[in-house]
Design a protein around this ligand. Structure first.
Ligand code: ZN
Ligand code: ZN
Ligand code: ZN
Length: 137
């Protein structure tokens, strides 16, 4: 399966305002690499939540811990304005979906809450569509 066919080069648009044109980013937006990215970020999150090593050399650990510390005292967290917290919460959500630990065992913030929410949604979903169990004995 060799991808020999390429898209024909697009017609260059008239570049009147070259200054405002965004720089071309490398195309790394394939869903797979994005998934890998998120997966690794969640792993870093889980690690950072229990990492106490000041000189931890794991890539992203220090940054993640900074973010965690930040979100604890962020005033904009609940309003959804803060990009740092937004990103963090998104990661927590992703993690919670795959986390099978008890709320008391998992150190990821919001994990317990998010899991509860997910569970509620699941129950709600089941209640709304009881198509699988229509018969009652
Ligand atoms: Zn670490
Ligand atoms: Zn924040
Ligand atoms: Zn968890």
């Amino acid at each position: 399966m060799a991808e020999t066919e390429r898209e024909p080069p697009k017609m260059a648009e008239p570049t009147q305002n070259a200054e405002t044109s965004a720089p071309q980013k490398p195309t790394e937006s394939s869903p797979d690499s994005r998934r890998q990215f998120v997966l690794r970020a969640t792993q870093t999150l889980v690690h950072a939540c229990q990492c106490k090593d000041r000189d931890c050399s794991l890539e992203g650990c220090q940054q993640m811990r900074n973010n965690l510390t930040h979100s604890k005292s962020c005033a904009r967290k609940s309003t959804g304005d803060c990009p740092v917290c937004k990103h963090l919460i998104a990661l927590c959500c992703y993690h919670a979906k795959h986390c099978h630990l008890k709320a008391t065992e998992c150190r990821v913030p919001l994990c317990g809450q998010l899991k509860q929410k997910l569970e509620q949604q699941r129950k709600l979903h089941q209640a709304e569509a009881p198509s699988q169990r229509t018969k009652t004995d």
